[in-house]
Design a protein around this ligand. Structure first.
Ligand code: AMP
Length: 600
């Protein structure tokens, strides 16, 4: 097999990207003009642009300045009534001139509510484009063999019809079912281990079993391991620790466990399998050895030809990196690209960098991107928290500054205009003239009782700090809530832990986290006891699986699942509280309550 170093699919797309990024500003102006010329006359645009302008004949630059002058910034709520009409079967041009036949469901796990977003052929095409582009950059650093296989932990959710007959499902589901997904395999000459019947099987537990089984059946051919977000990979390998004997037995006999009940899925896997006792016995020996070392290095041991693991590892996925590194034991981890159901945004052009340092070079043809500059509120600001940043006017991509934080605003080919995505990014540098973005966090404040302001990122850092005291035990997952029903309100953090931990250690972790929140509003409120001591709840094993099951039962797909890091969802809180084994309260700030004026 030939090495695919900058192979034919690689060279062209990289030069294309070089061209568009060298001219990022004008490409953006043209992209906006293209979007507006395609969709002028739609109900939404007419509302803002009126009938006074002849959009089709306007010069691109004039159009760009008109657009930012008269079309307002908007959020999903502003588009919701129109999207609802589309879902209900209104075929008038509301957001786009081309009829929308498919709607995507954003994961909704970040703010607890799934949202419909229009999906068009353009969406699948940009997915193919970014995957091919990213593959080209990866193959420069980690060449793979043509004709090899990819172990992909991917999951389609159920598609359903809306009242108006449109197909709805997650964006990844639409993509896995699209022509583009097949084209990608042909273009990159690497094929997924599992057939379509598995990917679209529906029940994620059965699908995971089949992915693992086929991944091992083809283990010598697997060139890399991937998923949309690392959560699914970590989840799969945790399950493998329990499933490996059954999987080896299936490989030995060419059979399929009775766990797999869906007939289409069963048949498709049985068509591929045949008895392979020698592979099964090799795998068994390896698994026995791995079990003895707590599965350290599971990936390179079982997939000796895998060159890397490729998946989104940034943002809310960072807490799972430790576990993935344990399984990978030195094998390269390549952080995957940045996008959302609404639009793809940026590509990782430095795949050799560790996930913590990865930035995403904005692809200026995908959407029209604007950036709202964000400034941290002054430390002494004691207004009741509604947000943690002050904002300035949005600026175009060409004007962003290195080191500055922004919220991203999208104008897409799928009918969203000046749509606030709600993600906070920081410009880390430039690739030619396009910014390289560092993902920081979701914009929404997640933990707030009164004047305190803490984001998902703040929580993540504090949990990382607290969990370092766990010694041998390991943090599996976490979430939080701001408990305001009782006075004074306080933060509650829920931890699921693997291994034993003593009460004194938990108390230490709890104190460490309470002290770890450095937000001025929080520190002041803790000193005066207007926020009570932080509470750490240890939940029983399997609690976060129940949370995943709850989301999946409500239409989420494992491929896009992100554990909510803060919740006020009553069902989730009921699961968490019913599963709590131990509760401890922080002893931090205790002495200061008597002397609130003391320095920390
Ligand atoms: P979804 O709801 O599934 O469309 O999720 C989209 C959201 O996932 C984005 O708005 C980001 O908050 C997050 N996300 C996507 N890609 C990345 C990435 N590479 N790094 C960090 N977060 C990401």
């Amino acid at each position: 097999m030939e090495a695919l170093v900058n192979g034919s699919h690689g060279y062209d797309i990289i030069s294309w990207f070089e061209d568009v990024t060298k001219n990022a500003a004008s490409v953006q102006t043209q992209t906006l003009s293209q979007i507006l010329k395609l969709n002028c006359g739609t109900e939404y645009l007419k509302k803002w642009l009126g009938d006074d302008y002849n959009i089709q004949d306007m010069d691109d630059c004039a159009l760009e300045s008109l657009f930012s002058r008269v079309v307002p910034l908007a959020s999903h709520a502003d588009f919701e009534p129109l999207i609802q009409r589309i879902a209900d079967g209104d075929t008038a041009p509301l957001l786009t001139q081309q009829p929308i036949t498919t709607l995507s469901l954003s994961s909704g796990t970040t703010d607890g509510r799934q949202k419909f977003v229009p999906f068009t052929r353009h969406s699948a095409q940009t997915t193919l484009q970014i995957f091919t582009l990213a593959a080209a950059y990866r193959s420069k650093v980690y060449p793979t063999r043509e004709g090899g296989r990819i172990l992909e932990f991917i999951y389609s959710s159920k598609q359903f019809k809306t009242k108006g007959g449109l197909t709805a499902g997650t964006a990844t589901t639409h993509y896995y079912g699209s022509q583009e997904f097949k084209i990608k395999q042909e273009k990159t000459k690497s094929f997924t281990c599992s057939p379509d019947e598995v990917i679209s099987g529906g029940d994620y537990k059965q699908v995971t079993y089949c992915h693992l089984l086929l991944g091992l059946f083809f283990s010598d051919q697997v060139e890399f391991i991937t998923s949309a977000f690392i959560y699914s990979i970590v989840q799969a390998f945790c399950n493998f620790e329990e499933l490996w004997r059954e999987i080896c037995l299936d490989i030995k006999n060419g059979t399929l466990s009775s766990r797999i009940k869906i007939p289409r899925m069963r048949n498709s896997v049985l068509e591929i399998l045949y008895p392979n006792p020698s592979l099964a016995s090799k795998l068994e020996t390896k698994c026995q050895e791995l079990e003895g070392v707590n599965w350290l290095g599971l990936i390179p041991k079982l997939w000796p030809n895998a060159k890397y693991v490729y998946s989104i590892m940034t943002g809310s996925m960072e807490p799972y990196l430790k576990k993935l590194r344990h399984y990978a034991n030195g094998l390269a981890l390549v952080s995957a690209d940045y996008g959302s159901t609404e639009s793809w945004i940026g590509v990782n052009v430095d795949p050799g960098l560790p996930p913590e340092n990865v930035t995403f070079a904005v692809v200026p043809t995908f959407s029209y991107f604007e950036f709202i500059p964000l400034y941290k509120l002054q430390q002494h600001c004691t207004s009741v928290a509604t947000d943690d940043f002050m904002e300035d006017k949005p600026i175009p991509l060409s004007q962003v500054q290195v080191g500055q934080k922004y919220e991203i605003v999208l104008t897409t080919f799928t009918g969203l205009y000046r749509y606030r995505l709600g993600d906070v990014v920081e410009v880390g540098g430039f690739h030619n003239k396009t910014p390289k973005l560092n993902f920081i966090c979701r914009r929404k404040l997640i933990l707030t009782v009164n004047i305190d302001k803490n984001t998902e990122k703040d929580l993540q850092l504090v949990v990382e700090r607290g969990s370092q005291l766990l010694n041998a035990a390991e943090l599996v997952d976490f979430t939080s809530c701001a408990e305001v029903a009782e006075e004074p309100g306080h933060y509650v953090i829920y931890w699921e832990i693997k291994g034993e931990v003593e009460e004194e250690v938990l108390e230490e972790c709890c104190r460490e986290m309470d002290e770890g929140f450095r937000d001025h509003g929080y520190v002041v409120s803790r000193r005066t006891n207007s926020i009570g001591p932080l509470e750490l709840c240890l939940v029983q094993t399997g609690t976060f699986k129940k949370i995943l099951d709850y989301f999946v039962a409500n239409g989420a797909a494992l491929s896009q699942f992100k554990t909510p890091r803060c919740t006020n969802n009553a069902v989730l809180l009921a699961i968490l509280n019913a599963s709590t084994l131990k509760r401890v309260r922080s002893s931090a700030y205790a002495s200061q309550h008597l002397h609130p004026s003391l320095p920390p």
